[in-house]
Design a protein around this ligand. Structure first.
Ligand code: MG
Length: 255
């Protein structure tokens, strides 16, 4: 099942769509409070997809694939390396990634994104999947030069537009071995498998909720495979998670 947030005419709504269907069934309410169908259906082609959730925070994992850590001459840390993106970093499918004059190097990082479905605190890994609503595609857009020059990554990874999410939330997915592919202008740049994650989804949920409450709609970005690289104005970057779909954004010169 695919859960969507979208604009249709002058309305913003939530909806559900089955795999292979080109119709969206409109829902009343959010995904987290037993939404009910309104009975209305709209064509998927006629809606403008929005970021599927508005998280209170995005928790991100760095260096969670050994081959990516090796790109920077490092290895996977002994414990998950975490950082946060603010809610204002989130943009939706087809929204522009705007380059900033403060940076000369902006990189894509395609990642599996986990959407939390219920308030989660002190969750054990064996129970973790009960707290997950579903999965979407994420791009941990990074100002690589500032990541290297700043001790903390608030600028490098928390700037406006640094967290494209979408195109929707897939609720029926086993995230333990799916392909994560990133393309720039149609050319494959990253192709990883989540089976190579050093810390898997359930382990991460236990680790994070031992010290931080995750709220419904919060997002976990699980880390990026090898092959990160720069974006320039005019590029189209796509992140595809097998079994979920494709998130596409274009890159614009900003100011
Ligand atoms: Mg990342």
């Amino acid at each position: 099942m695919r859960l969507l947030r979208f604009r249709f005419g002058d309305r913003i709504a939530t909806g559900v769509s089955e795999l292979g269907s080109d119709e969206v069934r409109v829902l009343r309410g959010t995904f987290f409070e037993d939404p009910v169908p309104t009975g209305e259906e709209v064509p998927l082609d006629d809606v403008r997809l929005l970021a599927p959730v508005l998280p209170s925070k995005v928790v991100c994992v760095g260096k969670n694939y050994a081959a990516h850590a090796a790109e920077f001459g490092m290895s996977v840390p002994e414990e998950p390396l975490l950082f946060l993106k603010p809610s204002t970093a989130v943009i939706g499918p087809h929204d522009p990634i705007r380059l900033l004059p403060i940076s000369r190097r902006v990189d894509y990082e395609g990642e599996l994104a986990v959407v939390v479905g219920r308030l989660a605190r002190n969750v054990r890994s064996e129970d973790a999947f009960k707290f997950i609503l579903g999965y979407t595609c994420g791009n941990d857009v990074t100002l690589r030069d500032l990541q290297k020059s700043d001790d903390q990554w608030a600028r490098a990874k928390g700037f406006d537009g640094s967290c494209p999410l979408g195109p929707w939330i897939e609720t029926d997915l086993d995230p333990t071995d799916v392909r994560v592919e990133t393309r720039v202008n149609g050319e494959i740049r990253q192709a990883g498998q989540t089976s190579d994650l050093a810390f898997g989804v359930a382990t991460l949920i236990e680790y994070i909720t031992a010290f931080m409450t995750l709220l419904p709609g919060d997002v976990l970005l699980t880390g990026t495979p090898e092959g990160v690289g720069p974006l320039t104005a005019g590029d189209v970057v796509e992140v595809e998670v097998d079994g979920v779909g494709t998130l596409s954004n274009h890159v614009e010169a900003g100011s």
